[in-house]
Design a protein around this ligand. Structure first.
Ligand code: SAM
Ligand code: DTB
Ligand code: SF4
Length: 343
């Protein structure tokens, strides 16, 4: 009997990747790397299908953390107007619009060091319930969470929690001083224990070395289970942040990192996240060839511009890509909650 698309996906996952192995994959000739990544991609995911995720900032600016890349940190003077927590019904109305535009995942971001307690947390729970009722995947990124908060978010219907490791443990202190890597790992653990899927990735172009990108991939690929979703962001340089004058990142670095992530975490959704506005269509196409199968759509990321819907429609048309219509968590290929228990 021939192996079906979905059966193939239950084998071959590894969590014991070493830095040397990862370096070997990352540093191979680009065309070999792309070939391997594309083979892995096609064994686990439908080709030419890209999930479209809608991102909205539900609470903007005045964040007490000092993340060097972030326009929302109160430590930097970026002139960004702050906005208090959005009204839940307004957020749910946006999710309805996102769904009407073909998005299957709705991601809500808040500029908090940690999720608050009380009235604001109740409002977030109301948003999660409302979006889940639209049968979309619901993702939140609210900063650090306690186990109890993770459980309440799960009960409200949260699909995924985004919490990026950003870079290697060695480089982390150069970018953020108000928290440590271990804090991030602890929140990821609470999310996992609550049965919520994990969305965790990083940012490239912050002045890190190749070894830091390899170190980030090692951290992600040795999490068991792997994060179901791995966003790879290209730094969006914002005036007033300490990283505003970083040199341009070679887009091939994005391509190599995405391809390596695809090979190490074959079942995960790999998202070409921030930075598409700064990239050429050709660079984006190479990222898809490398195994990226998810993007953010809509005119804005959290506070910075994203390609316009018309541009994305043209990109999909010209590359022959189609939006993944079903939420990825329901495909049953491991990129969903079932994986959290089955791996
Ligand atoms: N405050 C929460 C936190 O940090 O986890 C949630 C919101 S925060 C803005 C979400 C993620 O956006 C960060 O972890 C970071 O990876 C990414 N991000 C922030 N600013 C960015 C920038 N200028 N370029 C690329 N990615 C960025
Ligand atoms: C992720 O990895 N990237 C998104 C989402 N998760 C929350 C955020 C990108 C933010 C880019 C800068 C901005 O627009 O403020
Ligand atoms: Fe705050 Fe998140 Fe921005 Fe860091 S990345 S300053 S925690 S909003």
């Amino acid at each position: 009997m021939s192996t079906t698309f979905f059966e193939k996906t239950t084998t071959g996952l590894r969590y014991d990747w070493t830095r040397e192995e990862i370096r070997g994959i990352y540093q191979q000739p680009l065309l070999d790397l792309l070939h391997q990544a594309q083979q892995t991609h096609r064994a686990h995911h439908p080709p030419n299908r890209i999930q479209t995720c809608w991102l909205v900032s539900i609470k903007t600016g005045a964040c007490p953390e000092d993340c060097g890349y972030c326009p929302q940190s109160a430590h930097h003077n970026t002139g960004l107007p702050r906005q208090e927590l959005m009204d839940p019904q307004e957020t749910i109305a946006q999710a309805r619009r996102a769904k009407a535009n073909g998005a299957t995942r709705f991601c809500m971001g808040a500029a908090w060091r940690q999720a608050p307690e009380g009235r604001e947390f109740e409002a977030v729970l109301e948003m999660v319930r409302g979006v889940a009722a639209l049968e979309m995947e619901v993702c939140c990124t609210l900063g650090m969470l306690t186990e109890n908060q993770a459980q309440r978010l799960k009960e409200a219907g949260l699909t995924a929690y985004n919490h990026n490791l950003d870079t290697s443990p060695e480089f982390y202190g150069n970018i953020i001083t108000t928290r440590v890597y271990e804090d991030r790992l602890r929140t990821l653990d609470s999310v996992r224990r609550a049965g919520i899927t994990v969305c965790s990735g990083g940012i490239l172009g912050m002045g890190e070395k190749e070894e830091d990108r390899i170190g980030l991939l090692e951290q992600l690929a040795t999490l068991r289970p792997h994060p179901e979703s791995v966003p790879v962001n290209m730094l969006v340089r914002v005036e007033g942040t300490p990283l505003a004058s970083q040199p341009d990142l070679d887009p091939l670095v994005m391509v190599r990192t995405i391809a390596t992530a695809r090979i190490l975490m074959p079942r995960s959704m790999v998202r070409l996240a921030a930075g598409r506005k700064q990239m050429t269509r050709e660079a984006s196409a190479l990222c898809f060839l490398a195994g990226a199968n998810s993007i953010f759509v809509g005119e804005r990321l959290l506070t910075t511009p994203n390609p316009l819907p018309d541009e994305d429609q043209m990109l999909f048309r010209d590359l022959g890509l189609e939006p993944l219509e079903e939420p990825a968590t329901r495909r049953g290929d491991g990129a969903g909650p079932a994986a959290a228990h089955g791996e």
